[in-house]
Write a protein that binds this ligand. Structure first.
Ligand code: DGT
Ligand code: CA
Ligand code: CA
Length: 576
């Protein structure tokens, strides 16, 4: 079984979880988390690097110990250190960590005090009102845990799109190598660029005698075959990701692609439009009576119902059909429109690379400018900067820019928004920066009124430029903060500042509907990578898909501006 980068990342994350429960040194825990993130984002396969005899310790943050673990994983398929940890700490506890509102300290207390190891046991303890008696818990916490738990148990697991992407790519490559196969495309929510996918829907066209179905179910990463027929099959991969494959006739390619891209509600609306015109629309084509009038391309499907082509990211039945009919479809922002990135870290805080390396990678990604925005001092675990260290970095950036390296670094900070809404650094130093990215990194569960007031107050700081990852959610592990986002958006408009779509795979925050709300209010959004490594600029793709799902055009995105256009916008946000 092949060990892909996300598999290694998952092991490192699991190690970090178990170490956290064991109360290990937070820096050690962080080293595993950082390694997980680094490996997840690498554009090259660790397996290939090991096979080529490359030295993994040249990767930033990867010492002898982590390198050895990676080599063990790609050569043996398992990690003995994780297995040892699992013997010491019940692995089911890691599942408890995934329940929003349960951090490692609480999980540990529940385990020691009540002997709770699984979510089911936790649910029972909460129902039996046993949690409230643990020191530091109380009735309110018990109620919150029960609520989070019920939501957690009801939720069907979904994969962040960037995690599913390498599995999709490997599978597409494999399918394409099968004799007789012509086209292979991933449809479904993956093609629509949703932040998470429930499964992968792959569509293939193939010659009638192609062994595509048999080969699909014998793919080496398949753990289980759920169903298998001549034109469709469903399997589950070792990582638990489900994959549907459909084989269709070349002539029905467009109709099938349209059907399996969805969304379901978009399809139903199109089918209804067709019915009103006396047409039958299905996955085989578009028919008038017995005559097939369209279906070889998606364009032909839309044309048959009198519409221009609609981009997959818009197909959610959120007004795209009306816009298409009226000729008002947005001209979606593209990767080529992006001129810079306004949120990135170097190893001065918790990034893995030097300023120079980050700048070179951003330049190679086609960017004209990059803002260096380290964490501020309040975030000690990320080596946040105090004013002295920040001044030193500002001098370094000035020196870098004097060398004319073909990319400009902007002086920034990712300053913590403290619990009372103040920023973590004094105005005196913030005023000397090109931009101030501000973010919440603590107290995620304040009540709605307080949380909203905290953020609005931060925005009123005279140097506030961009609100980073506005809801703080981490897909699968932390729910979004309870914030009145429409007030935040309106306040941003009045205040003349900006919001972010953070392109990190587990963030993708703001989400599509909030991005669209911001666009409608005339608030510019920055699509930022929050890069911690030279490989993270590739995440721009996923951030842009979120932007596209929010109907954003080039003009709606702050970092499509040239540096010359950007500077006055940043300056105006400051001096309100
Ligand atoms: P997911 O997998 O939950 O992330 O979301 P999708 O959109 O990929 O949904 P999935 O995998 O259940 O189905 C793939 C596509 O197939 C879906 O986007 C539209 C189409 N489809 C599925 N069921 C129906 C249906 O009952 N009617 C119509 N018109 N289309 C359907
Ligand atoms: Ca799907
Ligand atoms: Ca499906």
């Amino acid at each position: 079984m092949p060990v892909l980068n996300p598999d290694i990342a998952r092991v490192f994350d699991e190690i970090a979880d178990l170490l956290e429960i064991e109360d290990a040194n937070p820096f050690r825990v962080r080293a595993y988390r950082n390694a997980a993130r680094l490996v997840q984002g690498l554009s090259r396969d660790v397996k290939t690097m090991v096979e080529a005899g490359e030295d993994l310790t040249e990767l930033p943050g990867i010492g002898e110990d982590l390198a050895k673990k990676m080599i063990e994983m790609v050569t043996t398929g398992h990690c003995s250190f994780l297995e040892k940890l699992k013997k010491q700490t019940p692995p089911a506890l890691a599942e408890l960590l995934k329940v929003p509102s349960l951090g490692p300290r609480r999980v540990k207390a529940l385990w020691h005090e009540l002997d709770v190891e699984t979510v089911e046991q936790l649910a029972r303890a909460a129902q039996e009102k046993r949690i409230r008696n643990i020191p530091g818990f109380g009735e309110k916490t018990e109620a919150r845990i029960l609520e989070a738990l019920q939501a957690h148990l009801a939720a069907v697991p979904r994969f962040p799109i960037a995690i599913a992407a390498p599995y999709a790519a490997a599978l597409v490559r494999y399918l394409q190598s099968i004799p007789g196969v012509r086209r292979v495309v991933v449809a479904g929510s993956f093609r629509r660029g949703k932040d998470t996918v429930g499964d992968l829907d792959i569509l293939a066209t193939a010659a009638a005698d192609s062994p595509v179905m048999e080969r699909f179910i014998t793919y080496e990463d398949v753990a289980e075959v759920l169903s298998h027929g001549t034109t469709r099959a469903t399997v589950i991969l070792h990582n638990k990701l489900q994959v549907d494959l459909r084989a269709v006739d070349e002539s029905a390619y467009g109709a099938a692609l349209h059907y399996f891209t969805g969304s379901k509600t978009h399809n139903i609306a199109i089918r209804r439009m067709g019915q009103n015109m006396g047409l039958k629309v299905n996955e085989y084509g578009i028919f008038r009576g017995k005559e097939r009038i369209a279906g070889d391309t998606e364009e032909s499907v839309y044309a048959a119902v009198g519409l221009p082509y609609i981009e997959p990211e818009l197909r959610e039945n959120r007004g795209e059909l009306q816009a298409a009919r009226a000729g008002h479809l947005p001209e979606l922002v593209t990767r080529g429109d992006v001129r810079g990135d306004l949120h990135a870290h170097s190893k001065a805080s918790d990034g893995h690379y030097s300023l120079q390396d980050m700048a070179a990678a951003a330049k190679a990604a086609g960017l004209e400018y990059l803002a260096i925005t380290e964490h501020s001092r309040h975030l000690t675990v990320a080596h946040g900067l105090d004013p002295v260290r920040l001044r030193r970095q500002m001098d370094e950036i000035d020196a870098f820019n004097r060398e004319r390296n073909g990319i400009t670094l902007l002086k920034g900070i990712e300053v913590d928004i403290l619990e009372d809404g103040r920023l973590d650094l004094p105005d005196g130093i913030l005023s000397d920066l090109d931009l101030v990215v501000a973010a919440v990194h603590s107290q995620f569960d304040l009540p709605r009124g307080k949380q909203t007031a905290r953020i609005l107050k931060a925005m009123d700081s005279p140097h506030f430029t961009i609100l980073a990852h506005p809801t703080g959610r981490l897909i699968g592990s932390r729910k979004p903060m309870d914030v009145d986002m429409s007030r935040v958006i309106r306040h941003a408009r009045e205040r003349g500042c900006f919001l972010e779509i953070n392109a990190q795979p587990e963030r993708l925050d703001l989400v599509d509907i909030h991005a669209r709300m911001a666009k409608e209010e005339g608030v510019l959004l920055a699509v930022n990578t929050d890069a911690h490594s030279i490989y993270d600029f590739a995440n721009l793709h996923f951030g842009l898909q979120q932007a596209q799902r929010g109907w954003l055009e080039k003009k709606d995105v702050l970092n499509t501006r040239t540096l010359k256009e950007l500077r006055p916008l940043l300056a105006a946000a400051k001096s309100h």
